[in-house]
Design a protein around this ligand. Structure first.
Ligand code: GLN
Length: 452
């Protein structure tokens, strides 16, 4: 732990960790030493983690990357982080993210941008680590801890994992409790893990998953040990590739991933089967209507009274709300609150929110149908490798288009993992997404592990 804390300090320029917790880490490490000496080692004893800054951590500042929560210190701990500490894990610090999880580059954080360590190693500066869990991906890629907790509403774990050349998994909706996680879009938000192997992801998910009385959407049934399928042989497996992604949405970089998948199929003797997701062309639009609508409602709570930033010198309560929110939220968050409020308003609700929910149902059914004939589905995680921090900065819709391959599984609540596969001409990593049916998380992990 001393070594890894020294490494965190040495890599402070990366701006992955925005609130270091060295003192807590040393206390937890001492407790781990004691547990080991007693012969009572727990599953994650002494394993260093970083935590995305939208998990509430008791007594430790939790900002969600926003000025409005700059000085917010929760008096409670999220269920999933509590489960990590109970299993012996060690917290190195809280890591950077796009403000409230809204973004794909970690450039919308109030605390500044985070570097992409894989790009920096190649001598490429100014390349984003992806987002919104960019701090988590950069920390893991730079060796600041073994794994990181992230959240994924529309790709925020898988896309940064792909951009930084590591593994990242969003489990089935409901597998991890959302209690104590700062909400973005509640029907889509899921906690998950970024790490350097499917085994590390499975071991961590085994600890943090499961029913929680404090989250009514947490899954209450039994699910298998998530390490059960590690080391499996992929021979004879059927991997479905959605033809809409393959034919209509191909880019030079996705072609590299498709080719690498074909090569793996020959080497490992699994079968590639073309499947169809007929309504997938509407996924991005439906996602942005649903996510922004839910966000506009969730973010109504930041009014300057209960949490964080409060405007000074105000004349009335309305003035307090207005000034606090004007000062506290960044431009992207304001844009999304306005769009979401519009989509939910009387007269527009049917046209936008309700229609998006219908499309969501159709896409879920498309996935269920496609998964009847194959074991898992696979496709490239992103349209391109990690992009420059300057790209997409003038047109928000361009940034939204980056999420075209990641949002569909959130709409359907499915488990999905991005695994590193291939690289672009500059040497930047690319990723393949493996997705399966609801609660088939162990299958996703098994196939990801079988690839290498
Ligand atoms: N980039 C997507 C968005 O901005 C996904 C973000 C996320 O998963 N939190 O909404």
């Amino acid at each position: 732990i001393d070594d890894v804390l020294a490494r965190c300090e040495a890599k402070a320029d990366l701006n992955a960790i925005i609130t270091p917790t060295a003192e807590i880490a040393r206390e937890q490490a001492a407790a781990s030493d004691a547990a080991i000496a007693d012969g009572k080692a727990r599953p994650l004893e002494g394993i260093p983690f970083t935590i995305k800054d939208n998990f509430c951590t008791m007594g430790v500042r939790t900002t969600a990357g926003s000025k409005i929560l700059e000085n917010f210190v929760p008096q409670y701990e999220s269920t999933v982080t509590q489960r990590l500490w109970d299993a012996g894990a060690v917290m190195l610090g809280k890591v950077n993210m796009d403000e409230f999880g809204m973004g794909s580059s970690t450039t919308s954080s109030y605390f500044g941008a985070t570097g992409n360590p894989t790009a920096l190693d190649l001598g490429l500066s100014d390349i984003v680590p992806g987002g919104s869990s960019g701090g988590s991906a950069a920390a893991v890629a730079a060796g600041l801890g073994l794994a990181s907790l992230g959240t994924d509403t529309g790709g925020s774990i898988r896309q940064p994992a792909s951009f930084c050349g590591i593994y990242g998994m969003k489990p089935s909706y409901g597998l991890c409790s959302r209690w104590g996680i700062i909400s973005y879009a509640s029907s889509l938000d899921q906690a998950g893990v970024l790490a350097r192997s499917p085994r590390d992801i499975a071991t961590t998910l085994n600890v943090i998953s499961g029913e929680d009385a404090k989250d009514s959407t947490s899954y209450t049934g039994a699910y298998p040990d998530l390490t059960a399928n590690l080391g499996q042989d992929l021979k004879g497996k059927k991997i479905g590739i959605p033809k809409e992604f393959f034919h209509d949405k191909n880019t030079a970089h996705t072609q590299i991933v498709w080719d690498a998948l074909q090569k793996k199929a020959a080497e490992l003797q699994f079968e590639i089967v073309e499947v169809s997701l007929p309504n997938i062309a509407y996924a991005l639009q439906a996602y942005y209507v649903i996510a922004l609508s839910e966000a506009s409602s969730n973010l109504a709570r930041y009014d300057g009274v209960r949490y964080g930033h409060r405007a000074e010198n105000v004349k009335s309560i309305d003035d307090l709300y207005e000034q606090t929110r004007s000062e506290g939220f960044g431009a992207e968050v304001k844009r999304r609150i306005m769009l979401g409020t519009y989509c939910l308003s009387a007269g527009h609700y049917d046209q936008y929110y309700q229609r998006a929910c219908k499309i969501r149902r159709m896409i879920t059914e498309d996935f269920n149908t496609a998964l009847q004939s194959v074991d898992v589905l696979a496709w490239p995680t992103t349209p391109t490798s990690a992009f420059s921090a300057k790209a997409h900065s003038s047109d928000p819709v361009e940034m939204y288009l980056e999420d075209v391959f990641t949002v569909p599984v959130n709409l359907a609540g499915l488990p999905a993992m991005s695994v590193p596969l291939g690289q672009c001409e500059q040497g930047l990593p690319l990723g393949l997404t493996i997705a399966a049916g609801h609660l088939q998380d162990a299958e996703v992990i098994g196939v990801a592990d079988g690839f290498f």
